[in-house]
Design a binder for this molecule. Sequence first.
Ligand SMILES: *[C@@H]1O[C@H](CO)[C@@H](O)[C@H](O)[C@H]1NC(C)=O
Length: 215
Amino acid sequence: MILPAIHTLTFIFVTLVVSTERAVTCDDRFNVQRLSCDHGVISVQSALYGRADRETCSEGRPQQQLENTECSQRGTVDVLKMRCDGMKVCEINTNLVRTSDPCFGTYKYLETNYTCFPAIHTVACEQSLAQLYCDAGQVIFVYGAHYGRLDRTTCSYKRPDSQTENVYCSNPSPKVAQSCNGKNSCTVTASNSVFGDPCVGTYKYLEVSYVCECK
Ligand SMILES: *[C@@H]1O[C@H](CO)[C@@H](O)[C@H](O)[C@H]1NC(C)=O
């Protein structure tokens, strides 16, 4: 007698949960768009400064300011990526993207889609060392590095307001990638002598995000 074999089939569902976050900021002189990741670091996917529909930021606006839905400024995504990729929190004043007027008379907004990318994130205050390291057999790949100041709280302990109030000191730097990529560990000094001084008088920090890859 042959018994039917009973197979237990195990289904394994592997779901990669990378949710896309979306930030919309209506165009006003003092508006600031804030992107943030609780886990991982920001990876900007797309950004629009202009208008792509009639609904977004339409409250209290006359029809003629909403009609043009094919308005977008070129290069916006690059500005966002340059400033925000690799950061945990990033604030961007709409002034920084308003470099020209892509559609005069249309009321515009800044819309950014981003994901939170799993990466190791480290901050070194000015004059201290950023230490990057991976497990044995793995090497560093730098995803983003900024030397400057993008918020008031990071590296602010016992610092006078005058040294922390400039939060528009953004200076993305390729230097960390140049000296650390492909190494198992790496040390970089957060100092003007390495990065230059992007904002004299401001107390700065080096913010680095990186991943460890198999060789
Ligand atoms: C952001 O994502 C939404 C939903 O997928 C999409 O409708 C929108 O066009 C995207 N925005 C940009 C600026 O790409």
